[in-house]
Write a protein that binds this ligand. Structure first.
Ligand code: PLP
Length: 415
């Protein structure tokens, strides 16, 4: 019999009655641990959805929000209007970004950042007299959120079920195949606006780039006059052990999309960082070239105030360096899993980002449930890859507990 819903909430990526029958209601968090409404503690192995980088329960971020809200909660960012924290955050981010003289267009999250970047790529080519360049190329396994563009360019086919690709001018290329990409760009660059990629693919199963792939693909895009857009919604702000993964891999993007780690999820915020080439026609002395795009909450003052306090915190606690220092610890903790017969492959770690791919999706679902019982909140990507992306403040012993819990469970997984 179908479980009956007990709430009006329509949850993401779920059959609502099934989710309602098995709901976990989280009420509190501290550092790398969250607590449910029955008082049970869970280690947050995925940092919720890759976002809680500075850990849960940071009072100073709440205080930054309260201070801004009681002064001016926000105002819009259209035309000549702006608020002080919005301006300050843009100027504070610009020198951190892996492109010279970056301009910053704020969004509410990652998916609308992807929409913004895709539209801006097309707008740019129209502005420089090449309006036929409209197609967006992405990699198989790519995830770029589920707004209109994100759904259209995803490399995860399940997300297009029933709706197809709402925007048709998109092409997918095999994840690691440079020859395929080169042939495509050689043949069709007249119609291709941009290549979007996550430096390390996240939701598609944690797939780091093969050595040399990103630099070579970047060079192909440059040679064929195709814009490069790094999707750093997951990797941005330290997840891979450098402030931005693009810089770590020696890539200078034309645009970069960030969200999640810009505030560690304390309030919703995202941004598109725009390099000099794409910015040029819109920032030139000709006032008739305008990017006709805007979001009510673009540059929301409270969100920007929190982002500023969050940057203070990242810097003061040197958390990006901590991620780099923890990478070998995580690698060591994951080592026994690499040899387990039910593990197909361990990918990464890159910084504090890894994936443990199992041989059998049925085991993935079982591990998720059992690990929760054992106090390790576990997320399974694509039905079979255990996601490792904990808060940057995680302790070494906690990293070992996550890997150890999974190992113990795999040893007694039903055959
Ligand atoms: N891009 C990447 C790489 C993501 O992982 C996500 C979300 O997980 C998005 C874009 C979409 O972000 P949002 O869920 O904030 O719309």
């Amino acid at each position: 019999m179908a479980p009956s819903p007990t709430s009006s909430l329509w949850p993401c990526q779920a059959h609502p009655p099934t989710a309602a029958a098995d709901r976990v209601v989280l009420v509190r968090g501290q550092a790398s641990t969250v607590y449910d409404n029955r008082g049970r503690a869970y280690l947050d192995a995925p940092a919720s959805l890759w976002f809680c980088n500075v850990g849960h329960g940071r009072r100073e971020l709440a205080e930054a929000a309260a201070a801004q809200m009681t002064t001016l909660e926000t105002f819009n960012n259209f035309g000549r209007y702006a608020t002080a924290p919005t301006l300050e955050l843009a100027d504070r981010l610009a020198p951190l970004l892996p492109m010279p003289e970056a301009k910053v267009f704020f969004t509410s999250g990652g998916g609308d950042g992807i929409d913004t970047a895709a539209k801006l790529a097309q707008w740019y080519w129209a502005a420089v007299g090449r309006p036929a360049k409209r197609t967006i190329v992405t990699r198989e396994l790519a995830y770029h959120g589920l707004h209109g563009w994100g759904t259209s360019i995803t490399g995860i086919e399940a997300n297009t079920e029933a709706v197809g690709r709402p925007i048709s001018s998109t092409i997918r290329v095999p994840t690691h195949d440079l020859d395929f990409l080169e042939a495509l760009l050689a043949e069709r660059s007249d119609e291709i606006a941009a290549f979007f990629t996550e430096p390390v693919i996240g939701t598609g199963g944690v797939v780091p780039p093969q050595p040399g792939y990103l630099a070579a693909a970047r060079e192909l895009c440059r040679r064929h006059d195709v814009l490069w857009v790094s999707d750093e919604v997951v990797t941005g702000f330290g997840r891979t052990g450098t402030m931005f993964a693009s810089a770590g891999y020696g890539i200078e993007p034309d645009m970069m999309v960030v969200a999640k780690g810009i505030t560690s999820g304390y309030v919703p915020l995202g941004a598109v960082a725009v390099g000099p080439r794409v910015a040029e026609p819109f920032w030139s002395s000709d006032p008739s070239v305008v990017f006709r795009h805007g979001l009510t909450y673009s540059g929301h003052a409270t969100a920007c105030a929190v982002a500023l306090a969050h940057l203070d915190l990242l810097e003061r606690e040197d958390l990006v360096a901590r991620v780099a220092a923890l990478e070998p610890v995580l690698d060591d903790a994951l080592e026994p899993l690499r040899r387990h017969p039910l593990v197909r492959e361990v990918r990464g770690p890159v910084g504090l980002m890894a994936g443990v791919e199992l041989t059998d999706p049925a085991v993935g679902a079982w591990i998720e449930r059992q690990a929760l019982e054992a106090g390790v909140l576990t997320r399974v990507l694509g039905g079979r890859t255990l996601q490792v992306s904990p808060p940057f403040v995680i302790e070494e012993e906690q990293l070992r507990r996550i890997a150890g819990t999974w190992l113990e469970l795999l040893d007694r997984a039903p055959g």
